[in-house]
Design a protein around this ligand. Sequence first.
Ligand SMILES: [Zn+2]
Length: 85
Amino acid sequence: MRVRDKKDIKRPRRALPLRKRFCRFCADKNRTIDYKDIKTLESFIKDRGKVVSSRLSGNCARHQRKVAEMVKKARFLSLLPYVRY
Ligand SMILES: [Zn+2]
């Protein structure tokens, strides 16, 4: 039916539940981002090896930039993969 089709299109897509997010590096000043800290960096890359977006990670712009930079640095040193299959 036509009406139902329209309804399906207009349905809001909210795959993930909204959570109150905060930048964990701003919240904890002692927490630093380092290219040698693989454990922390791993939590910011997806299982395919991509950097998790700030929308998902909750990082502020400044720290998200830092994370991306450190991931790239770690990749260059073969500490993290560029891509995982
Ligand atoms: Zn921050």
